[in-house]
Design a protein around this ligand. Structure first.
Ligand SMILES: *[C@@H]1O[C@H](CO)[C@@H](O)[C@H](O)[C@H]1NC(C)=O
Ligand SMILES: *[C@@H]1O[C@H](CO)[C@@H](O)[C@H](O)[C@H]1NC(C)=O
Ligand SMILES: *[C@@H]1O[C@H](CO)[C@@H](O)[C@H](O)[C@H]1NC(C)=O
Ligand SMILES: *[C@@H]1O[C@H](CO)[C@@H](O)[C@H](O)[C@H]1NC(C)=O
Ligand SMILES: *[C@@H]1O[C@H](CO)[C@@H](O)[C@H](O)[C@H]1NC(C)=O
Ligand SMILES: *[C@@H]1O[C@H](CO)[C@@H](O)[C@H](O)[C@H]1NC(C)=O
Ligand SMILES: *[C@@H]1O[C@H](CO)[C@@H](O)[C@H](O)[C@H]1NC(C)=O
Length: 500
């Protein structure tokens, strides 16, 4: 596949007008970088105005009746008997398509795992990955918090002992169209994706999915995600609140959101990245100084001094995994005849194993995926989406809205991610100017410091996860499971040593 090589070649020298370049668009590492660069450079055409959903809420009295279609019998058809190479499990799995736009012929693919126990009482949790263009099946389900991970043979699975379906019924969604197995029969849809369309389509997906799984309709519902899902999660939550408000009833019982290493505010996200790299001895103090002096991260066009400074920095970061600055990189992406010994921390080549597994015909059949025989392969991050039309420069106003609506908001951060690092998140939260409710303290999991946390008035919890990169559950699965359990239960992170 040559993907590992393409990661190394990624360079600031490539001035992009489209967010997904042919080079490297299919890796999470590439996708976010490309959007970031095209937003900040070259006077991009991306609309960065504040996200609003009002314009999408039609004025008919019964919105929800119009957009929800009959899902009769589809749940049973979506039940996954067993995935190829899968160990025996006791919980149920489902996978299939939900039609988003009948006229265009677009549909989103989902994968749903019910809780290992107490599925009737545990909440429903949606997980979204970012990119934009990256698949929640590729990362969330198969490399982070799902019940299985793919062995190095690319055809068998092993269990993730810290799967989040110990805490919730977990729904993974590939969105928007062009991501993973999600598609549209109208090809122009691949060049009209953006934040706004994604939020509305995700909403349409949800209300129809709940119609297919009506037992979850009144269940407590939470949305979680990482990276560019720092946009998707609040934007979907905002859309849900708008529709609930308009209908004057609870259509979706949204209780809270949780985002990790999340893109939330361009200016502070960017500044925090360079400060993190300088303070972790990856770039020089001079480079950080030059960047700070010559770049304006709230602008979409930079001076040549700024471009020169970021090119200089590129030389320092090209050969490490910026998404976990201390992790080994994948040196041999070939599959093995027999599974390698598994370890609790993710194998740096695992993306290749997932790629091989999800492109197998028998796997796609078991998942009820790719039923229309798409002309391109399944990729962890899309290489068929050609344009991203809008990406608001901040989602902080949405966070403020949630706090005043009593939604639970948790923002976490793997503290060795160099891409959307902990400094970025701290600077962004500072922008909210919230008084402190519980002062900074270590939180404990399994007898050790899981990270550090601070709680702000209005119920915003910030928590770091110690020793985790961008994909927190891949690197610190036990701490991540502990975090999600406390979030879902609405209990503070433990201030003293505990064993669980
Ligand atoms: C971007 O900035 C450069 C240098 O300041 C300037 O020459 C160029 O015209 C600007 N481009 C756009 C599209 O604003
Ligand atoms: C897309 O087109 C295929 C082939 O005509 C059809 O089977 C499928 O149902 C269409 N998808 C949607 C969501 O309408
Ligand atoms: C960055 O620049 C601003 C003003 O341009 C200045 O106030 C600030 O001290 C600088 N920060 C660093 C770390 O150099
Ligand atoms: C990977 O497989 C290819 C094709 O079989 C082979 O040429 C190559 O040497 C292998 N790479 C490594 C690092 O083993
Ligand atoms: C997961 O748990 C099972 C059963 O306790 C154990 O046999 C296995 O070694 C564990 N796997 C990992 C990777 O820790
Ligand atoms: C869908 O299936 C076709 C074979 O029918 C295959 O060539 C293609 O790579 C698959 N695409 C995806 C996105 O899985
Ligand atoms: C914050 O959470 C606590 C405990 O769950 C709750 O009692 C309180 O009402 C919440 N405050 C706000 C402003 O939502």
């Amino acid at each position: 596949m040559g993907k590992a090589i393409c990661f190394v070649l990624l360079s600031f020298h490539i001035i992009l007008s489209l967010f997904v370049a042919e080079i490297c668009g299919n890796k999470q590492v590439g996708a976010l970088d490309n959007l970031h660069k095209s937003k900040l450079r070259g006077g991009s055409q991306i609309d960065r105005s504040e996200f609003k959903v009002e314009e999408f809420v039609h004025d008919d009295d019964d919105d929800d009746a119009v957009i929800v279609h009959s899902q009769k019998g589809l749940k049973e058809k979506d039940k996954i008997e067993r995935l190829p190479g899968q160990p025996q499990v006791k919980f149920s799995q489902y996978g299939g398509y939900v039609t988003i736009d009948k006229v265009a012929g677009s549909a989103f693919y989902y994968y749903f795992v019910e809780a290992q126990r107490s599925k009737q009482s545990l909440p429903l949790l949606l997980w979204l990955n970012g990119g934009p263009g990256c698949s929640s099946l590729a990362y969330g389900a198969m490399q982070e918090l799902g019940p299985f991970r793919v062995n190095s043979d690319g055809k068998t699975l092993y269990r993730n002992n810290y799967s989040w379906n110990y805490a919730a019924n977990v729904l993974f969604l590939e969105s928007p169209v062009g991501v993973g197995f999600s598609y549209s029969n109208r090809s122009s849809d691949y060049s009209s994706n953006g934040d706004k369309k994604t939020a509305v389509d995700n909403y349409l997906f949800l209300v129809n999915w709940l119609e297919r799984f009506p037992e979850y309709k009144n269940r407590e519902f939470y949305i979680s995600g990482e990276s560019y899902a720092g946009h998707y999660v609040p934007q979907l939550a905002h859309t849900i609140l708008q529709f609930n408000k308009k209908a004057r009833k609870t259509i979706i019982n949204l209780k809270g959101i949780l985002i990790g290493n999340a893109v939330i505010n361009d200016e502070t996200d960017s500044k925090g990245m360079y400060d993190f790299l300088a303070s972790h001895a990856i770039i020089s103090e001079k480079a950080a100084y030059d960047i700070n002096k010559s770049c304006d991260f709230s602008s979409s066009n930079q001076t040549s001094e700024c471009n020169a400074a970021s090119d200089e920095i590129d030389k320092d970061i090209s050969f490490i995994d910026l998404y976990n600055i201390y992790a080994p990189v994948c040196k041999n992406s070939n599959l093995t005849a027999h599974p390698n010994k598994i370890s609790i921390v993710i194998d740096p080549c695992s993306e290749n194993y997932v790629y091989a597994y999800l492109n197998r015909g028998d796997v796609q059949e078991a998942l009820h995926a790719n039923v229309t025989h798409l002309k391109y392969d399944w990729e962890p991050c899309s290489d068929v989406i050609t344009k991203w039309v809008d990406s608001s420069s901040t989602v902080l106003p949405l966070i403020t809205q949630f706090l005043s609506n009593g939604l639970r908001v948790w923002i976490f951060s793997g503290d060795i991610d160099g891409r959307v690092p902990v400094t970025s998140t701290k600077y962004s939260i500072d922008k909210l100017n919230l008084p402190i409710q519980t002062v900074w303290h270590p939180w404990f999991a399994y007898g050790e410091v899981g990270g550090y946390t601070e709680v702000y008035k209005g119920n915003l919890t910030f928590a770091t996860v110690r020793g985790a990169g961008h994909q927190v559950p891949s690197y610190q699965p036990a701490r991540a499971l502990s975090l999600i359990k406390h979030f879902l239960q609405g209990t503070p992170l433990p201030q003293t040593k505990t064993i669980a």
